[in-house]
Every structure is written in C-alpha cells, then in structure tokens.
Design a protein around this ligand. Structure first.
Ligand code: URA
Length: 191
C-alpha cells in the first residue's frame, strides 16, 4: 500500500475538523496515480458526499466535458479537493478547515508528483498557499508553490461552477484549459 492509499484510509476516518460531523462519506479523491495533471477543486457537494467520489455532480459533469474538449481525459488525471468533506449548505470551506486538510493534500501531491497542478478557484489556491488579492491576479499562468519542502508548478483558473453559471466566462475557462493541455503535452492525448 502506498501513501496515497494510506492517506485515503485516514481521510475516510478523519476527525481533524468539524466537517466530519455532518458528512456521509469523506471524498479523498480519485484517478491516475501517475497523472501528469492533478486537479484540485473546492469541496465535495451533495452528490460527492453521498458517493464518496469527487466531481460527479453538475459542476463535475461540466468540468469533465470541458476537459474532454481540450483533449484531457478524466481517467488520466488525479482529482481531489481542498477539503475532503462536504461543508454544510455547500458553504465555502474556512481557512481553518483548509489548513486542517492540507497535510492530506500534500501527501497526495508528494506521491503523484504531477507535472502540473490545476487549482480550480480560491479555495484550491488557498489550499496550495498561493498569495493573491484577486483570483485574476494569479489566474492563467504557471506559478510555483512550495509545500512542506516540495515545489510544485500550479496553474490557477476559475472553479467550474463560475463559467457554468456565467456563460460569458466560458471562453476564458476553455482558453485556460487549452493552456494547461499545452503544458502537460500530448501524452495520452485523445485527439
Ligand atoms: N464537486 C467536487 O468534488 N468539488 C468541487 O469543488 C465541486 C463539486
């Protein structure tokens, strides 16, 4: 068993913050352990909480469709969230919750060692210790972050719920994803 599986087991039983009180299932994340791309969202929603799997609800379907449009297959990436348990009423996770969960994320990053980390929205950026005032200050470019002695390249874009809700943001979202596809290269390309 590698540390990714070990961390998943610990996440399922985790009580490090109050989010465990109302969860059905914790959602450790899933995907290719050798992924070039690791995607980090915000938090599980209602469907994810019931199934114990990330990004299976509406914004997950939207994201998966947009990834496919740029030639990134969901089965080739590893996908997780800034916090592994659903916040009540789908509120944003607090910084306390994100920090309590960060050690799990770092363990996942250290096993997978992705070429690029795609951070979806502010909670994901916060979980990676990115410094910014507005998301747009850091959106759409490769930045480096250092987490517990390991460095990672990070690309930040919107959380998919934003372009899903505001169609005018979809062209910027797809441009960002095309940029990500260029960075990770053609390995495992669909097209
Ligand atoms: N589902 C997830 O797993 N994460 C999100 O950020 C949104 C929906």
């Amino acid at each position: 068993m590698d540390d990714l599986d070990k961390a998943a087991g610990e996440i399922m039983a985790c009580r490090l913050c109050d989010l465990h009180l109302k969860r059905t299932f914790a959602v450790p994340g899933e995907g290719n352990k050798k992924a070039e791309l690791m995607i980090i969202g915000e938090a599980p929603g209602k469907f994810e909480d019931r199934a114990g799997r990330p990004f299976i609800g509406m914004s997950g379907k939207f994201l998966t469709g947009y990834l496919e449009r740029v030639g990134i297959r969901r089965e080739d990436v590893f996908i997780t969230n800034s916090v592994k348990c659903r916040p009540p009423e789908n509120r944003k996770p607090t910084m306390v919750e994100i920090e309590a969960c960060r050690p799990y994320l770092i363990r996942q990053l250290k096993v997978i060692k992705p070429k690029l980390v795609l951070a979806l929205g502010t909670s994901a950026a916060n979980s990676l210790n990115m410094a910014y005032k507005q998301l747009n200050d850091i959106r759409g470019k490769v930045l480096r972050t250092s987490l517990d002695g390991a460095d990672f390249d990070v690309f930040v874009t919107f959380h998919p719920s934003f372009p899903m809700r505001f169609p005018s943001k979809r062209s910027a979202f797809i441009q960002d994803l095309k940029h990500v596809k260029e960075i990770i290269g053609d390995k495992n390309s669909i097209t």
